[in-house]
Design a protein. Structure first.
Length: 243
């Protein structure tokens, strides 16, 4: 079974799933996210003939939760039997070649949250955070379908404030291509449980200082909604080929 997490404004990914049953976060022992665009439910169903478990929405550090609470949904999905995890998020782009409205597949990440869900656990190798074989499958499918799919490094910060122009310049100097407030802790948790991960950022806006545009969550949600169909098509293509 494939686990999928939908990010801000990307709940429409669930529309592509043939739903068999839903489990609200509260029923699974998770609190409900307070952030608009995060529905707060697990969806069991089929996508391109494959069994999937989709997490509609997620919890964030900036809501006041700790790293273990933020990753509780990943542990719950693993307990249900997922053997691969697909993460999506909304992110600001810092790479001039990666325009808003397109998607970036994560090649690596920077954990700048100053925390980890693995406190008290064994050491976990993060040399290959994002599975090479999975990435190759999506890369090939994107080329075949004509979809623009960038690849780059994601910087995960705590939030909830957006970054300053100076912080964006710092992140660029560190090699990051996109920035957001999720995903890295979920990846760390999944890899500690030996679950392969592939992750995608919907690039919803230019990061601070790259243009004079005002940053707000409503714009993030709207761009995410518009791009969700493209990701749903790519998922169908890859999962259908792997049946």
């Amino acid at each position: 079974m494939i686990g999928i997490v939908s990010g801000s404004g990307l709940g429409a990914l669930a529309d592509a799933v043939e739903i068999e049953r839903e489990v609200p976060f509260l029923e699974a022992g998770l609190p409900i996210s307070s952030v608009p665009g995060h529905a707060g439910a697990f969806v069991f169903g089929k996508l391109a003939g494959r069994s999937v478990l989709l997490m509609k929405g997620r919890l964030h550090l900036y809501e006041g939760y700790d790293a273990r609470q933020v990753t509780a949904g990943i542990r719950w999905m693993v307990a249900q039997g997922i053997n691969k995890l697909i993460l999506t998020n909304a992110a600001g782009t810092m790479n001039n070649a990666f325009a808003p409205g397109t998607w970036m597949m994560l090649s690596d990440h920077l954990n700048l949250t100053a925390t980890s869900p693995l406190a008290g656990a064994d050491f976990t190798d993060m040399s290959v955070a994002y599975d090479a074989a999975c990435r190759a499958d999506f890369r090939t499918a994107a080329i075949v379908s004509g979809m623009t799919l960038h690849e780059g490094v994601y910087a995960g910060l705590r939030g909830p404030q957006y970054e300053t122009p100076a912080e964006i310049r710092m992140l660029q100097s560190m090699g990051a291509d996109a920035v957001g407030m999720s995903t890295v802790l979920e990846t760390i948790q999944a890899r500690s449980l030996k679950i392969p991960v592939v992750a995608f950022s919907c690039l919803t806006n230019w990061a601070a200082g790259l243009t004079g545009a005002h940053l707000d969550h409503k714009g993030v949600l709207e761009t995410g909604r518009q791009a969700a169909d493209e990701m749903a098509s790519l998922l169908k293509q890859v999962l259908g080929e792997k049946r």
